[in-house]
Ligand binder design. Structure first.
Ligand code: DGJ
Length: 335
């Protein structure tokens, strides 16, 4: 059952982090832990769709929701493009499984859109983290579930992850390994559907780093993430490496300022947790950091904080803004 419309339908001309974000139907966007791709003139935002009103503990995950936009501010609901299986309780994607943090890449060889997501069977909760894989011929889906794999190398799988393409065009799955919380990386097969190498630890990324998001800049990679405190916010982490798989060097917390809607600042990442960094199309060096404001008691109400990333003196800065638009990137820096 979709969320009922609650907000006026209006054209947005700015980002207003931390307050409800209505879609084209006046319904708060339901795409948590998400990521964004750009394809053929459109941005696509994929995220966790939560059954309206449910607690995270009550089989809240409905699958992956997709929204489409040309300007990153106004989003059209494209529906749930990879639903959980509501009919077969034996299915690997049965309702009750945890389905989190979907990320999509386009594979230029197979011409498939490949989505991977955290997929935890209901029977074992957060103990064993599989990676679910689904594919589609077009970005608006539908995505067809293919299989799952147990990444990480220790048999307990992985948690939050990056699904990214390196400078040579190879895709990588990099995430926090269970149960030791070491950040590990494996190169994916050329079809992006399975890892083809063993997982190796990524040097320099602090243990327990969750919610990773990548910023390719300054001839290398900035990686931002969070600590590991469940749904509760903590202080954001930042790292830099010349090479995707490390070694990384730790940088200061990237956040600055206070979210006036909850009075939380850098010590709690404005009340949020990172999910992705969007490269703005046509604006080289312009990046938007996406954070989730989790509300686990009513998961569908979870909010979003999107802020411009400024890279200054070899470190990312993400400064709170109550309202902003893409013109910040036309100035000499996002300051
Ligand atoms: C933190 C992770 O980043 C989220 O995706 C989610 O798995 C929560 N933990 C669950 O506590």
């Amino acid at each position: 059952m979709p969320n009922p419309p609650s907000f006026p339908v209006e054209i947005r001309t700015s980002f207003k982090p931390g307050i409800p974000w209505p879609d084209n139907n006046g319904v708060h966007i339901n795409a948590h832990g998400g990521g964004v791709i750009f394809h053929a003139g459109f941005y696509y935002w994929y995220g966790e769709s939560k059954y309206p009103g449910r607690d995270e503990k009550e089989r809240a995950d409905a699958g992956t929701h997709c929204y489409r936009s040309t300007d990153l501010m106004n989003w059209t609901d494209m529906g749930i493009v990879m639903p959980m299986d509501e009919n077969d309780p034996q299915s690997e994607t049965a309702v009750g499984s945890i389905c989190e943090r979907p990320k999509v890449l386009f594979n230029p060889s197979t011409k498939k859109f490949v989505m991977i997501f955290k997929l935890y069977p209901e029977s074992t909760g957060y103990l064993i983290g599989y990676v679910g894989v689904a594919t589609a011929d077009v970005p608006e889906g539908p995505f067809t579930y293919q299989h799952r794999f147990n990444g990480g190398g220790l048999g307990h799988g992985t948690g939050d992850f990056l699904f990214v393409i390196d400078a040579q065009g190879a895709a990588w799955h990099m995430g926090v390994r269970k149960p030791d919380k070491v950040f590990v990386a494996a190169r994916m097969r050329p079809d992006f559907l399975m890892p083809e190498t063993d997982y190796v630890p990524v040097e320099g990324i602090e243990r327990h780093t969750e919610a990773p998001a990548l910023i390719p800049a300054d001839g290398g990679y900035y990686l931002i993430g969070s600590g590991s405190t469940g749904w509760d916010p903590n202080v954001a982490r930042a790292f830099f490496s010349k090479h995707l798989t490390g070694p990384y060097r730790q940088l200061p917390c990237p956040c600055e300022g206070v979210n006036p809607h909850n009075n939380l600042g850098p010590e709690k990442t404005f009340g949020g947790q990172s999910s992705f960094v969007i490269p703005v199309e046509g604006k080289p060096g312009a990046f938007i950091a996406m954070f989730d404001l989790w509300t686990p008691r009513i998961a569908s109400n979870g909010g979003y904080v999107w802020l411009p990333v400024e890279i200054k003196d070899g470190a990312p800065k993400i400064r709170w803004r109550t309202e902003w638009d893409l013109s910040v990137f036309d100035r000499s820096s996002a300051a």
